[in-house]
Every structure is written in C-alpha cells, then in structure tokens.
Design a protein around this ligand. Sequence first.
Ligand SMILES: CC(C)(COP(=O)(O)OP(=O)(O)OC[C@H]1O[C@@H](n2cnc3c(N)ncnc32)[C@H](O)[C@@H]1OP(=O)(O)O)[C@@H](O)C(=O)NCCC(=O)NCCS
Length: 203
Amino acid sequence: MNAEFKINGKIIETERLVLRPFTTSDADDLYEYASVEGVGEMAGWRHHVSIDETRSILDTFIEEDKTFAICLKDGGKVIGTLGVEKYGLEDKLTEFSSYKGREMGYVLSKDYWGRGLMPEAVCAVIDYLFDECDLDFITCGYYDFNLQSKRVQEKCGFKPYRKVKMTTKLGTTEPSVLNLLLNPKKRIELVFSHPETLIYTED
Ligand SMILES: CC(C)(COP(=O)(O)OP(=O)(O)OC[C@H]1O[C@@H](n2cnc3c(N)ncnc32)[C@H](O)[C@@H]1OP(=O)(O)O)[C@@H](O)C(=O)NCCC(=O)NCCS
C-alpha cells in the first residue's frame, strides 16, 4: 500500500546538498533549470515555457508537500527536485498489500549532471524513508532510453523489478523499467503478482 508521506519541514543534509521543502521564493531557480528543453522531457514532462507555469507548479509542490527542493550547500541555489510520489497500480500489485511504500522521482539541472549529485540525494532520502519513516519498500522507474537515470538507481541499490509501459505527461507511452528496493532492516516476503511483467530475481 502507499504509505502516508509529508515532508513536514524535514531537512536532509548530505556532503554537498541540502534537501528541504519548496517555498514561493524558489520560482526563479526552478524556472532556470525546468525551462531547459531536454531535462523534464527525460522524466516525462514538457520543459516550462513561462515563469507563470513554474509558479503554478511550485504552488502544487508546496501544497502537496512531497517534493524536496535539492539545494547546493554552498550558496543555497535550488538545482533539482526529488519527489516522494505514490506508486501506481496499487490494486494490481498485491505483493505490496501488507507493506508500506512510495515511489521516487527526480530531476537535476543540466548544469550539474555527471557529478554524482543525484545519487547523493536519492541515497540520503532512501535512508530517511527506511530509517525514520519506517517504509518497507521504495520503487523507482526509468524510460528505457534514459540510461542516466538507470545509473542513478543502480548506484543507489535498486533492483530491476518489472518491465512496464509508462504514460508520460507528453501524451506518449514509453517502454520502461520499474526498479525496487526493499528495506534491508526488515524481513519482507513478497508473493509477486503479474508474472508476465516481472523481472525481479532474489539473490
Ligand atoms: C538522471 C539524472 C538525475 C542523473 O543525475 P546526475 O547527478 O547527473 O547522476 P550521475 O552523476 O550519477 O550520472 C549518472 C549517469 O549520467 C551519465 N552522464 C554523466 N554526465 C552526463 C552528461 N553531462 N550528459 C549526459 N549524461 C551524463 C553517465 O552515464 C552517468 O553514469 P556514470 O556515473 O556511470 O558515468 C540527470 O541526468 C537528470 O536530471 N536527467 C533529466 C531528468 C531525468 O532523467 N530524471 C529521471 C527520470 S526517471
């Protein structure tokens, strides 16, 4: 089942980053990277075309309180987002019926790609979700073409779980991989549904 989750003022620090809730004053930083063509598109949404569009999305981030702003420790600039989203197909994935989980999604400013910053952020949020929020599992997916995101998930310990087709906000359907990470501190025994899409192997 989907776990309840709110950021609720939580701040997570890593070596180079601070993850915190968004505020209305983040609009310019958010627009700066979200308006670059080819960034959001890799995550299934169109780049922002106006600051008003950014402000409206920012309002949603603030209201829903499940998307961290990823900020540089040095200077405080917002350079990315990390959402702790609800995972989909909750009714169909019966293996999770008695376990609590969420799905992660993320985007980083193109200016900062290739420095290991997103794995640093994702791994810190995984620790928080498992150790402090007591989640049992986390899912995370990528479109088959997005090898950069695949690498982030590999670096953070996710394992291939299912081959799926994900619909995007651009109106397309993309062959994708959904990955899974189980809380290593818990004894979790899954009886998997839908073997036709399953690629998970226990080892
Ligand atoms: C996916 C993303 C978050 C990766 O963040 P990151 O901090 O750059 O991650 P890493 O530094 O670990 O790099 C991951 C891989 O990206 C590739 N990469 C690195 N620099 C790159 C660059 N400048 N351009 C393209 N790819 C690059 C490398 O293959 C790297 O893997 P490696 O470390 O094994 O060489 C970032 O590329 C991004 O925001 N992409 C657009 C949005 C997106 O895809 N979101 C995920 C949707 S599922």
